[in-house]
Each structure stands twice: as C-alpha cells, then as structure tokens.
Design a protein around this ligand. Structure first.
Ligand SMILES: Cc1cc2nc3c(=O)[nH]c(=O)nc-3n(C[C@H](O)[C@H](O)[C@H](O)COP(=O)(O)OP(=O)(O)OC[C@H]3O[C@@H](n4cnc5c(N)ncnc54)[C@H](O)[C@@H]3O)c2cc1C
Length: 399
C-alpha cells in the first residue's frame, strides 16, 4: 500500500476533517443535477458512500470506512449542520435500524442490509407504535408465528413515518404471549412490498401525510430476518430507541434559505432574525430577549451531542428548542403562521414548522417519557410501579 493509500485508509483527524469539509462543499453541485426529492436523496447518499463517508466507523466489509469513534465524531460535528434535508429520507435506516443490526444482527443480516442501507439503496421505516401501545410500547399486540422457514405477522402499527416509500421495516412483534410482556417480543426486518402489508397515509394538520397506519395480514418474513434472538427483542428495542433519541437530539437545523417543508427540524434562529427585521421587531427588548434565548438554545444542541449526554437529554432539549422557536415564529408571523395558502412558499414554511413542532415532543418517546427515563436511569429515582411485569402477557388487561 502506498503512503497516500495508507493516509486515505487511516487519515489523521485534521486530514479527515478537511476531507469531510471538501465533500460537503461539493454537495450543492451533486444535488443540482436531480429533480425529485427521492432521486436527490439517493444521489446524495450514493455520493457519500463513493466518497467513503457513508459509514465512517462501520466495518469495511459491510460498506463502511472502518475508522475510529473519534473520526465518527469529527464527521458528525461537520456533517450535522451541512447535511442537506434529503438525508432525512434515510433517518430511520441510518440513524436507527442499521446501527442496531450492526451491533446485534447475525453476520448474514449485516451482509444483507448494511451496505445497501448505507448507500441509500433501501429505505427503512420503524414498525413500533400501535393504537394501544405507544409510551407503553411493551404492551404491543402485533403477533408473529413461525411457519416453516417464515414468520407470519398479523397486527396493526400506527404513526409509521415514511412507510409509504419504505422497502423495509424494523418491526417489533409478540412471539410468546405466555411470557411477561417485556419477555415475549422479537425484533424482525419486514419486507414492506408484499401483499400482506397495507400502508394507509395519515394526513396531519400541516396538510402533509408524513406518517401512516400499517396493517399486516399474514405478512411474511424470512425466518432468518430475526434481529438478535427470538423473544429477546426488548433489549434491542431499547437500544434502537437510544439511537433514535440520539439522532433526534443531534438536532440538524435545515438552512432557512431552503424555505421548504423540509422536515422535522427546529426553525433556525437565523431565519427568525430576518423575520424579526421584516416585522420591525428586531429592536423590541422582549423580542430580543426571546431571540437571545433561542440562539443560546440552538448553540447548546450540538454541544450536548458532542459531550455524549444521555440520549433523552439531547432529545428533550431539542424538542423544547423546537417549540420555543416555533412560538417566536408564531408571534412574528401573525396570521401567516396558522392560516396560509399552499402556493405561498414563505407562509407555508412558517406555518408548517409552527404546526409540526408539537409532534416532535411525541415522536421517539414523549417529553414525559424522557423525563421518566432521566429520573430513573440518570438520577436513580425509584422506578415507576410495574405491577404487570411478571404476569403472562396473555392474562393482562389490554388497552
Ligand atoms: C411526528 C411523529 C413521528 C412518529 N413516528 C413513528 C414511527 O416512525 N414509528 C413508530 O413506531 N412510532 C412513531 N411515532 C409514534 C410515537 O412513538 C408515539 O406517538 C409516542 O411513543 C407516544 O405514544 P402515544 O401516541 O400512543 O401516546 P400515549 O402513550 O397514549 O401518551 C399519551 C400521553 O400520556 C403521557 N404518558 C404516557 N405514559 C406516561 C407515563 N408513564 N408517565 C408520564 N406520562 C405518560 C404521554 O407523555 C402523553 O402525553 C411517531 C409520532 C410522532 C408524533
């Protein structure tokens, strides 16, 4: 291997930072050639993979770069504010499903899913929540039964973000109703494009259908697409949720200039400053105070991520920030923030974010659930009473 090749295979942190910055400088040109959001998303992810940046600390045999956790941290620090909104198409795969498979999946699952997932060739959704099982996720009733070399899955999921365009779902299903509720759950990878899976979009008050109901009626899943062990899925479910909360907590802020309904990100303070000027409120002391608090809140988000705080801290801070900036936008936007015409891009942007921010306090676990988690796991407070923890799931009262 030449010295240049060795440097490329194991660059210093400074050289790696330069490499990552150079890639992101080229992203506008890469995206400029494509039109639809899906094509742009896939083009972006493939370019990232070709540049050796799609899975910085993933093993090379599964499509990663095989670099250290320090390199990964450098990548995250530089990439988070520069990533295009197209990355959100892969949020569940890259941020949640793939790291869980990397850490807990069999060699054949890693071989099958990691490389195409990192390249953006497959889109993932998260099949966790059910009508009767949200915060109480372990109360889920969707069931999977073994039939030869397949599992047969029947049940309903809800609030499934992006299911309408997903190829694969990371699924939790009950595989032993005679075990206590946390003990009889298994994690699967479910192929979404099959006759037994029906996806029905749910239109939100933003006017956009970002999430769905998913009905599974004897859907089929290959026997070896179980992640981890059968009936041992709860530990993996929690591990995936930690990845989810960390991803949300990183708090990517889209560029204000995009002015689109760009996803579930807090409104950038830069955009609020422009808006305050337009509204003639930039010198109003009350507004200045609110904007200063918002600026501090925005700066704290990446610092929390860099310090590696408990995932619930970052998640909670980011959702509170989202609501704080939306409140300011609402005040500055007046009627535009809640009543708008869909052909008015400017008003559409503000209204979308004002209406959307509340959902971020629910998705990935509600604010109250984050506080419970922090109380129990960080502060060491007594656990919530769980009288049903040892009772067979079959005998529990159901929602
Ligand atoms: C934008 C968005 C995207 C989502 N995407 C997905 C997805 O892709 N896949 C998926 O599976 N799910 C998804 N969800 C669902 C999300 O995970 C659930 O909405 C969430 O876990 C809450 O569950 P629930 O809606 O059933 O509310 P519930 O659990 O019924 O909660 C109702 C209220 O009671 C409070 N509460 C409940 N239990 C407690 C407790 N023990 N202590 C204190 N307060 C409590 C809650 O905080 C909440 O205020 C998404 C939700 C949103 C809003």
């Amino acid at each position: 291997m030449s010295t240049d090749d060795q440097r490329a295979a194991n660059p210093t942190l400074d050289d790696f930072a330069t490499e990552v910055e150079a890639f992101f400088a080229s992203v506008p040109e890469i995206l400029g050639k494509e039109s639809s959001k899906l094509t742009r998303s896939q083009t972006y992810r493939a370019a990232l993979a070709d540049a050796g940046l799609a899975g910085v600390s993933y093993p090379t045999e599964f499509g990663g770069r095989g670099l250290s956790a320090e390199h990964e941290a450098v990548f995250q620090r530089i990439a988070t504010p520069l990533q295009p909104s197209e990355e959100s198409t892969f949020g569940i795969g890259i941020g949640m499903a793939l790291p869980t498979i990397r850490d807990y999946g069999s060699e054949s699952l890693k071989e099958r899913f990691l490389r195409p997932g990192l390249r953006g060739e497959e889109i993932w959704c998260q099949l966790y929540s059910e009508p009767g099982a949200g915060s109480d996720l372990a109360g889920l009733t969707c069931k999977a039964e073994r039939d030869g070399d397949e599992w047969i899955v029947t049940g309903q999921k809800v609030w499934t973000s992006g299911a309408q365009q997903s190829d694969l779902g990371i699924l939790l299903a009950r595989t032993d109703p005679d075990a206590p509720k946390h003990a009889g759950i298994t994690m699967f990878v479910l192929p979404m494009n099959q006759p037994g899976v029906e996806v029905r979009p749910l239109v939100q008050m933003t006017g956009v259908a970002e999430f769905n109901e998913v009905f599974m009626d004897e859907a089929r899943c290959p026997a070896d697409w179980v992640v981890g062990d059968v009936n041992a899925g709860w530990k993996l479910a929690v591990a995936l949720l930690a990845h989810e909360r960390t991803s949300i907590g990183k708090g990517q802020v889209t560029k204000h200039s995009e002015h689109s309904k760009a996803g579930r990100f807090p409104i950038p303070v830069e955009g609020l400053l422009d808006r305050a000027s337009t509204a003639g409120r930039r010198h109003d002391p009350v507004m200045r105070d609110a904007l200063a608090q918002a600026y501090i809140g925005e700066r704290i988000i990446p610092w929390l991520a860099q310090r590696g705080v408990h995932p619930s801290v970052g998640k909670l801070w980011r959702t509170l920030q989202g609501r704080h900036v939306a409140q300011i936008a609402h005040e500055l936007g007046g009627g535009h923030a809640t009543a708008w015409e869909h052909d008015d891009t400017e008003a559409d942007y503000w209204a979308y974010h004002v209406l959307n921010c509340r959902g971020m306090s629910l998705g990935g676990g509600t604010d109250e659930v984050q506080k419970n988690t922090l109380g129990e796991r960080v502060l060491g407070l007594p656990r919530e009473p769980g009288p049903d923890r040892n009772t067979p799931f079959r005998d529990l009262l159901k929602n």
